[in-house]
Write a protein that binds this ligand. Structure first.
Ligand code: SAH
Length: 457
């Protein structure tokens, strides 16, 4: 290969990579260029050469892409949160659908014609801003010794000071400023990752979009915060404040939340509802971050489940039972499985408060609970819905699903690469791709949710 470090090229960006970077070619080699957009003509400098590709740095945009738009956030290039703010929303949707399609073909081993025939158009948002109901803000100390909060810069843990992320709710700013003021007043330190010292690690803020209720959970490297009651009084001046709790995490880890939780004021949970079903959400439980799209996603999953009313349905990786309760309205019986105990307690409570009696929840790993319930208790499945975390399903789980021979499998995924890998396995055992659809739960970022309908041949 001829390309060398520090060479300068003028190239056209012709594609978007999975991390949102621009891709072009020079001397027969693919170049990955951060912050360059499909349609740009750019001058780049080669930084790192690999066997068949190279990384290059954007030096100058010579002719901007027709898809370029002005980012809404001043920190969008440094911050690790949004990778696509400079790309028009239409083009973001096209990129995401293309990414899913590529994964299904390249990693899923599916025929392009079959993938295209099964595609339904991606579900986008009308207003792709301020859609997140949850944010986790890290605390740190600036070079000049001030306590700060904001977001991590891409791929590092340097904090970019910003209390008003344009993806989050407007209340975040007021909440964070009150916490910072309290810390300043009582000289409370922020956590220092390299030393393992300091007190305040993160603030987790969640708001119910329908209920308007707000929950704040402070993650501490210690048991308590000085003058907790005074902070609670201050936060309670913000309309909607419903819960303030402290989570203790003394580990030297990137994992944000520890296991123990102490409620300072309010219930320790908030409520929200989707399509008329009300949910209780605890700080440690998973809840989808984009409530506007969640209703559409669940509606699609329900449609793909094609329930007639007599089915036995499993909802694996069920969280607080959201999808389960949607399914329960149309099925004979629903079984949910979830590994976080607090989430299962929420799920049971949620079934009760919505007067849903045909849903039952089990704590444990899907790959352990499902085989056990099938082999020891003979519980069958007409339809199985799965919604695993990014790493996808454990093979033991897939193997049991196949043995249970459900008529349909609905796969909800937040990572189309692991989805495609799992679909390949399921296809080998006779499950055919019938429909798939992207749902944009995370506008301005490279992430996308996918719902898939599979049928037994
Ligand atoms: N369906 C839910 C939750 C999806 S997120 C919703 O839409 O809200 C994935 C969930 O899987 C999380 O709640 C996580 O705690 C849980 N989980 C992760 N690994 C698991 C496993 N091996 N078995 C069961 N649940 C698991």
């Amino acid at each position: 290969m001829q390309i060398k470090k520090n060479d300068v090229y003028t190239i056209e960006i012709t594609d978007t990579g999975t991390q949102g970077e621009g891709i072009g070619r020079a001397d027969g080699c693919a170049l990955f260029v951060k912050d360059a957009l499909i349609g740009d003509v750019v001058q780049v400098k080669i930084m790192k050469v690999k066997k068949t590709y190279a990384y290059a740095k954007l030096e100058k945009v010579l002719s901007p892409s027709p898809f370029r738009v002005a980012p809404r956030c001043a920190y969008s290039r440094q911050c690790g949160g949004c990778q696509l703010q400079a790309l028009s929303y239409e083009q973001q949707l096209r990129f995401k659908e293309g990414k899913i399609r590529n994964h299904l073909i390249r990693l899923g081993g599916l025929e392009p014609a079959a993938v295209d025939a099964a595609r339904e158009p991606i579900i986008g948002m009308e207003e792709p801003w301020r859609y997140r109901n949850k944010a986790q803000f890290p605390f740190g100390t600036s070079k000049d010794g001030r306590v700060i909060t904001g977001f991590y810069a891409g791929r590092t843990h340097t904090i970019i000071e910003n209390t008003d992320c344009v993806l989050g709710v407007e209340e975040n700013r007021e909440i964070l400023e009150r916490i910072l003021a309290h810390m300043g007043k009582y000289h409370i330190s922020a956590y220092d990752e390299t030393e393992g010292t300091g007190l305040v690690r993160h603030a987790l803020i969640r708001k119910g979009f329908v209920s308007g209720q707000i929950m704040v959970c402070l993650v501490l490297n210690g048991d308590a915060l000085p003058k907790e009651e005074e902070l609670a009084d201050s936060l309670w001046q913000i309309p909607g404040m419903a819960s303030l709790s402290v989570n203790v995490n003394r580990e030297r880890t990137n994992v944000i939340l520890g296991r123990s939780l102490r409620v300072l004021r309010g219930n320790g949970w908030i409520e929200d509802s989707i399509d008329g079903i009300t949910f209780r959400i605890s700080p440690l439980s998973f809840y989808q971050v984009n409530p506007i799209q969640t209703g559409k996603l669940y509606g699609q999953a329900l449609e793909y489940a094609s329930l007639q009313g007599e089915e036995t349905v499993w909802d694996l990786y069920c969280g607080i039972g959201t999808i389960s309760l949607f399914l329960a309205r149309k099925a004979r019986r629903v079984y949910g499985v979830e590994v976080i105990e607090e989430a299962v307690l929420d799920a049971q409570e949620n079934a009760k408060r919505n007067d849903i009696q045909n849903a039952e929840f089990f704590v444990g790993r899907a790959e352990e609970v499902l085989p056990k319930k099938y082999e020891e208790e003979g519980i069958r499945a007409d339809v199985i819905v799965v919604d695993p975390p990014r790493k996808g399903c454990d093979e033991k789980c897939l193997e049991t699903m196949v043995r249970m021979q459900p008529e349909r499998i609905v796969y909800v995924s937040c990572d189309s690469a692991t989805l495609a890998r799992d679909l390949k396995y399921l296809a080998e055992y006779g499950y055919e791709l019938k429909k798939w659809r992207g749902c944009d739960m995370f506008p301005e970022t490279v992430h996308v949710e996918t719902v898939v309908k599979l049928e037994r041949k």
